[in-house]
Design a protein around this ligand. Structure first.
Ligand code: RIB
Length: 290
């Protein structure tokens, strides 16, 4: 089967800083890297590195041709990525000495997608393929609805968090992935606890505390522990988790086994500086011992 990812593609400009900047503060960076990023692109790379066939739906500007080439090098099917008049999206990322980050996004081409073309592109999908999206493109709701009508399984990673964006796709979701802060924000916005959402599987990631999988039909909660690692950069760890989780599910792994694989991949990812370019491949994850 395949994973179809409607997702952002960004140029990540990553600055290492002694601490995250305060309001009004000018701060000298101690390091700089430019690389491929975007929550969407990161998830596609993670899924491909985990062995899945991943088709990326998205857009870049002329300035971003190299990002498409890089996605292709990493094993992602890039044939449906559009080139737009708008500039490629970019992210300015500050990473402090404890590995925490703050991110400023400029969406560019990521929010200039044409919903009708995306619907046409999904005609190549098969019944039972996965569709995944996140909140860094336009046309999430329309495309998720088309995917659901085509018999695809629909997953949503609720980042960057916006309650209205989640609300818009909720009726067609099979799997919702969000972190603990986002889960609390969603519960406040909808007045419904995560376990009572109309989505079969809800996964809440909790960083070093692992993740919780809620099966909403029975109310069963399964906790999968995180692996103890020393983080140097947490950027893209959530995206790596999601890409690996979907790749596992797409290969027919039971949810708990896919969650354990995803947790391992995310743990390895936080020990590396960078985003899409350093997402671990399956062999690295399988060989990981602690
Ligand atoms: O989740 C990390 C990603 O968020 C970065 O790659 C950046 O581009 C932003 O989309």
């Amino acid at each position: 089967m395949s994973i179809w990812n409607l997702g952002s593609i960004n140029v990540d400009l990553v600055y290492r800083v002694p601490h995250l900047p305060q309001a009004g503060e000018t701060l000298a960076a101690t390091g700089f890297q430019r690389g491929l990023g975007g929550k969407g692109a990161n998830m596609s790379v993670a899924a491909a590195r985990a062995g899945a066939r991943c088709v990326h739906l998205g857009a870049v500007g002329r300035d971003g041709r190299w990002t498409v080439e890089r996605l292709m090098e990493y094993g992602v099917d890039t044939r449906l990525i559009a080139e737009m008049a708008e500039a490629t999206g970019h992210a300015i990322i500050a990473v402090d000495e404890s590995g925490e980050n703050s991110i400023i996004l400029h969406s560019g081409a990521n929010r200039a997608l044409d919903a009708r073309s995306l619907a046409d592109q999904l005609e190549g999908a098969a019944d039972g393929d996965w569709f995944v999206t996140q909140n860094e493109t336009n046309a999430q709701q329309e495309t998720a609805q088309v995917a659901s009508r085509r018999g695809m399984k629909v997953a949503y990673a609720a980042a960057p968090f916006e309650a209205d964006a989640v609300r818009a796709v909720l009726p067609v979701l099979d799997l919702l992935i969000l972190n603990a802060v986002e889960a609390a924000q969603l519960a406040r916005a909808l007045g419904v606890a995560p376990g009572r959402l109309p989505v079969r599987d809800v996964v809440i990631t909790k960083g070093s505390k692992g993740s919780v999988w809620i099966e909403t039909d029975t109310g069963t909660e399964t906790t999968v522990p995180a692996l103890p690692v020393e983080p140097v950069d947490t950027t893209g760890a959530g995206d790596t988790f999601t890409g690996y989780l979907l790749a596992g599910r797409d290969r027919g792994m039971p949810m708990e086994q896919a969650l354990r694989l995803a947790s391992k991949a995310a743990a390895l990812m936080v020990t590396r500086h960078g985003t899409a370019d350093v997402i671990p491949d399956l062999k690295d994850v399988q060989d990981m011992t602690l």
